[in-house]
Design a protein around this ligand. Structure first.
Ligand code: NDP
Length: 261
């Protein structure tokens, strides 16, 4: 669908660490211009310096923008500024957080943060960018990429609200894909399993919960995939125009375990 990312503009939310950073690296390695979005400016600038050194690319190929994806006005401004740099070809909604724990133990503040970031923070950038993406698609293929999770496809023990937001992301991706059929656009839903990143530091270490996750989700941090592996599979799927991109080798067996009940 998109034969090459060379010269394309890829905007990635949550780009300063983990999967977002690896997606940024892979996009730059393929010759793209990349806008990196995250909340903490120091980590964002550190990420940009790392990428310039790692990829050995010109700083002119990277734009950094500080924003909270859960703040519509802020993310809409970032989209506008990124568009004045160059038209967006690939929008990757990756920013996401977890606050795992038994349902009643998760604070209301944490519940709100997970919904605001994972659900609204995924919808907002797409809503703000869609008119320009449609316009761009008149002359170039355009991709909207949602970073879901295995929690988009199945349940995740001890992460009920996170799972709810990731199921919602799948619903949004499916419905939007239908709506965009008349355009030269694709929606991609990436569903990684466990990935080694700072994200896993926020998974509860309560032994009872970890044991439950081990039995129901095959959770074992030592078996987590690398963010680079996820980025490689994701970019290949985006270029191919695949709707569902699963990145974990054991997702098939996991779903078999889950659906056995
Ligand atoms: P990380 O914690 O490593 O990275 C999260 C990134 O998102 C950071 O750049 C962070 O920067 C940014 N971010 C967080 N909240 C916001 C916000 N409100 N606005 C803007 N940026 C934000 O996590 P991962 O790379 O592991 O996770 C990325 C995505 O992958 C998430 O959607 C997650 O749900 C999904 N995923 C992760 C899995 C895993 O096991 N790691 C498995 C399956 C899916 P800052 O804090 O500065 O804003």
């Amino acid at each position: 669908f998109i034969p090459s990312l060379s010269g394309k503009h890829v905007l990635i939310t949550g780009a300063s660490t983990g999967i977002g950073l690896s997606l940024s690296k892979k996009s730059l390695q393929e010759g793209a211009f990349v806008t990196l979005v995250a909340r903490k400016s120091d980590k964002l600038e550190e990420a940009a310096r790392f990428l310039i050194k790692e990829v050995q690319c010109s700083p002119n190929r990277i734009l950094t923008k500080v924003s909270d994806v859960g703040d519509y006005a802020a993310i809409a401004r970032v989209i506008e500024e990124a568009l004045t740099w160059r038209p967006i070809d690939v929008l990757i909604c990756n920013a996401g957080i977890t606050r795992s724990g038994f349902f009643e133990d998760v604070s209301v503040e944490d519940l709100n943060a997970v919904v605001q970031t994972n659900l609204l923070g995924t919808v907002y950038p797409v809503h703000a960018a869609l008119p320009s993406l449609k316009e761009r698609s008149r002359s170039h293929p355009v991709a909207i990429v949602f970073i879901g999770s295995l929690a988009s496809l199945a349940w995740l023990y001890g992460s009920s609200v996170y799972t709810g937001t990731k199921h919602a992301v799948k619903g949004i991706a499916e419905s939007l894909a239908m709506e965009l059929v008349p355009f030269n656009m694709r929606v991609n839903l990436v569903c990684p399993g466990f990935v080694e990143s700072a994200f896993l530091d926020d998974v509860s270490t309560d032994p009872e919960l970890v044991e439950g996750m081990r039995w129901t989700c095959l959770y074992d941090r030592r078996r987590a995939q690398s963010a680079d592996e996820v980025a490689k599979t994701s970019i290949a799927g985006i270029k191919a125009g695949s709707f569902l991109i699963t990145t974990t080798p054991y997702l098939g067996s996991l779903i078999a375990v889950l659906t056995r009940g």
